[in-house]
Design a protein around this ligand. Structure first.
Ligand SMILES: *[C@@H]1O[C@H](CO)[C@@H](O)[C@H](O)[C@H]1NC(C)=O
Ligand SMILES: *[C@@H]1O[C@H](CO)[C@@H](O)[C@H](O)[C@H]1NC(C)=O
Ligand SMILES: *[C@@H]1O[C@H](CO)[C@@H](O)[C@H](O)[C@H]1NC(C)=O
Ligand SMILES: *[C@@H]1O[C@H](CO)[C@@H](O)[C@H](O)[C@H]1NC(C)=O
Ligand SMILES: *[C@@H]1O[C@H](CO)[C@@H](O)[C@H](O)[C@H]1NC(C)=O
Ligand SMILES: *[C@@H]1O[C@H](CO)[C@@H](O)[C@H](O)[C@H]1NC(C)=O
Ligand SMILES: *[C@@H]1O[C@H](CO)[C@@H](O)[C@H](O)[C@H]1NC(C)=O
Ligand SMILES: *[C@@H]1O[C@H](CO)[C@@H](O)[C@H](O)[C@H]1NC(C)=O
Length: 646
């Protein structure tokens, strides 16, 4: 039912000579220890872990490595991160930003492991419950070989080249600040390699570590690629030149004025993994705790019980046949959703939250109150909640025709949406968002606009789901999840890189959605195809052939002028600079043809200028809003209230 997406955020860089830059944010291995935190420790351990991760980030931005300790005694967390030395600052940050979200997979919902290492090809992150900063080798070290044998020539020659290369690298790196790249090209067979020791591994330890790595990586030949992943070092060989030595033997030109980063659009399960992981915070209480907790709630409960927003847990359990699997509608980042029939016959959608709201019931209930007051034809209405049971539930109006995502997923095999339906869906979604941003009293940034959050009613009118969800969770408890709550492919570059949140983040996601709906999302597209749909549409726009991007499933049954208008609006929305993106109310007018549509001037790329503006460089500012840099017209106070609710 829930399609699991490949995690891929790929970045391409163009310079004048089209040289390629790449943060190499692809996973080599995730290694979690088998030691888990005991129940009483768990919450503190995870809190310390998140604090340590938060402290590591600004340091990485500054010096490309960082070591941090947070907490004391049995809940102390040691965290270390480092980028490969050939990555420039931008790529390092991009790689690390992703690595950070993925290491959370070692801290799953029910269990928090006390250590984890994530090796990316561009960066490394490890946390543990002891001081491992000087560790050279460990029992968890791994050797990862590619599956395919070398096929580009004589295998014997290839293997010999690999061995010569890795040996030479292991000798050169310790003498060269723990880093070396190089290649061997003998007998028409080229091999490329990189060796790096982590920052706190001294020269002799580096040698020991790499010598060990060499002895193990040799077992990979004649596979075309191999990696040795040790506690103290990283060694890789490949038939591809994967490293960057474009300007100097080590590192590269620091001036990146010419470079432009393209943010490729891909779906991702990062959000899900992330949300699940961070919920370790809000450990689900057992039913035994129910009674005690009820007492504590005291006076508030009296209010809650009187409110018509309050649903009893038991009634919702019954409505869903005790959350029977057959009633499950889907699984989202914040929890699973079930279809339920209340005793009065009303059909509702019930969301089981992964977060436990026990500690801030008052806040939660208050927000449910506010959000349930938001009503618009294109928003799925929040009917109420249940906060007195063993877990927190939200009750929404039931929207029968599934989500937009289902119509673009080959698996579901639903009849394709007609052009008129698509047009109507895009318009309605724009109206719903314009309402959230500009008309509703709360002024909500959705933050997670994507196909699966647009539901369709019986007449195929769109209804945006899950708006205001982030408001329900106090910032201090879930800052990581809120910073990267969205789904990567839909996330505006300034949000991914700087955590800067304004309503223009939604405009960006909306633009991606428009392009997906018009072009059919590319059902057949390969997940790892980094030439994203955005790039494709952008280049078709350049050639004046936008209509070629329209979903072939429609077999030409669409209005060409409408299609190119919508695609042009989509491209306007995904421009890299937030200021260039129109507001949602203007977009509604553009779709209605009552407002001129300007030509998009920027591709959906991130320029280094955007990325290097002040907030990016300030330690500690990565996931904070930056009032002084907010060039958006409205939205600023709203942004603040999102990030710092109190
Ligand atoms: C953890 O794994 C190691 C080796 O893989 C094993 O020796 C040890 O017994 C395991 N510990 C637990 C608690 O499972
Ligand atoms: C751990 O992180 C918390 C929250 O950021 C901070 O207040 C505390 O001082 C840190 N403790 C240590 C030992 O660094
Ligand atoms: C290098 O590190 C190793 C392991 O931490 C340590 O045993 C050794 O004393 C260090 N050598 C020097 C010269 O610091
Ligand atoms: C061990 O790591 C620490 C960082 O925590 C570093 O300051 C120290 O120099 C390292 N010691 C050795 C012997 O390398
Ligand atoms: C590969 O190269 C080695 C050494 O150069 C040679 O002895 C061997 O015959 C070659 N094998 C093939 C299949 O060409
Ligand atoms: C980069 O590496 C490649 C392959 O090893 C080599 O051919 C090229 O000369 C190197 N460039 C620089 C600037 O070192
Ligand atoms: C590797 O090291 C050996 C011995 O120092 C040297 O003869 C050889 O040229 C080196 N190979 C490369 C590709 O640097
Ligand atoms: C390398 O390849 C070229 C052309 O493919 C060929 O002419 C040459 O003989 C090859 N050299 C070796 C040493 O195999």
């Amino acid at each position: 039912m829930y399609r699991s997406f490949l995690i891929l955020l790929s970045f391409l860089c163009f310079s004048v000579n089209l040289s390629l830059s790449d943060p190499r944010a692809t996973q080599a291995a995730l290694i979690c220890t088998n030691r888990t935190a005991t129940v009483p420790e768990r919450q503190t351990f995870v809190a310390n872990f998140l604090a340590a991760l938060d402290a590591v980030t600004p340091l990485i931005l500054r010096q490309k490595y960082a070591a941090v300790i947070n907490g004391t005694g049995s809940t102390a967390v040691y965290a270390f991160g480092e980028c490969m030395k050939d990555l420039d600052g931008t790529d390092c940050n991009l790689c690390f930003a992703q690595c950070k979200t993925q290491v959370l997979r070692c801290l799953p919902f029910q269990r928090a492991t006390r250590g984890g290492r994530l090796f990316y090809d561009g960066c490394y992150l490890r946390y543990d419950d002891y001081d491992f900063f000087n560790e050279t080798l460990s029992t968890q070290d791994k050797t990862i070989c590619a599956s395919g044998d070398f096929s580009g020539g004589n295998k014997t020659v290839f293997s010999a080249n690999v061995l010569e290369l890795v040996r030479n690298l292991s000798v050169a790196a310790p003498k060269n600040d723990g880093f070396y790249v190089g290649s061997v090209d003998r007998g028409n067979v080229s091999v490329f390699g990189l060796a790096q020791c982590w920052e706190f591994v001294n020269g002799s330890a580096c040698e020991t570590c790499l010598t060990n790595a060499v002895s193990r990586i040799g077992s990979c030949t004649p596979k075309e690629e191999g990696r040795a992943l040790n506690a103290g070092c990283y060694l890789r060989y490949s038939t591809q030149k994967f490293y960057d030595n474009s300007t100097s033997p080590i590192g590269r030109n620091k001036s990146r004025g010419r470079l432009t980063v393209i943010l490729a659009v891909t779906s991702s399960s990062v959000a899900v993994a992330l949300m699940i992981a961070t919920t370790v915070f809000f450990v689900r209480r057992r039913v035994v705790e129910k009674r005690r907790a009820r007492k504590e709630l005291g006076a508030l409960l009296v209010t809650v019980n009187k409110s018509k927003l309050n649903f009893s847990y038991e009634s919702l359990e019954k409505a869903t046949n005790y959350f029977h699997l057959s009633n499950k509608l889907g699984q989202g980042g914040s929890g699973s959703v079930y279809k339920g029939t209340l005793s009065d016959g009303t059909t509702v959608a019930i969301k089981r939250l992964l977060f436990n709201t026990r500690q801030w019931v008052d806040h939660f209930f208050n927000e449910v109150n506010l959000i349930s007051g938001i009503q618009h034809k294109n928003l799925a209405k929040l009917l109420g909640c249940s906060i007195t049971g063993p877990e927190s539930l939200l009750v929404y109006e039931y929207v029968p025709n599934q989500s937009l995502h289902d119509y673009f997923s080959a698996k579901m095999n639903l009849p394709p949406l007609s052009w008129a339906m698509r047009y109507n869906i895009i318009l309605g979604t724009a109206e719903g968002l314009a309402y959230l941003h500009e008309e509703s009293e709360l002024r909500i940034i959705h933050r997670d606009i994507k196909l699966s959050n647009v539901l369709l009613d019986e007449d195929f009118n769109p209804k945006i789901a899950d708006f205001g969800l982030a408001r329900l969770f106090p910032e201090d408890k879930s800052h990581i999840s809120t910073a990267i709550a969205g789904t990567l492919g839909y996330m505006a570059p300034e949000y991914v890189v700087r955590g800067k949140l304004t309503e223009k983040v939604d405009v960006y996601s909306f633009g991606v959605l428009v392009i997906e709906v018009v072009s059919g999302k590319g059902k057949d597209s390969v997940p790892q195809d980094s030439r994203s749909i955005l790039q494709k549409v952008w280049s078709l726009h350049g050639n004046g052939r936008l209509c070629e991007a329209v979903d072939p499933v429609l077999e030409g049954n669409f209005q060409e002028d409408e299609a190119s208008r919508l695609l042009q609006i989509g491209l306007l929305c995904v421009q890299a600079s937030p200021e260039l993106r129109p507001s949602m109310s203007i977009i509604v007018k553009m779709i209605n043809d009552s407002h001129e549509i300007p030509q998009p001037t920027q591709p959906p790329f991130l320029s280094p200028a955007t990325m290097e503006s002040s907030p990016f460089r300030q330690p500690g500012s990565t996931y904070k809003s930056q009032p002084e840099s907010s060039t958006q017209s409205s939205g600023n106070s709203m942004t603040q209230s999102w990030i710092e609710p109190r």
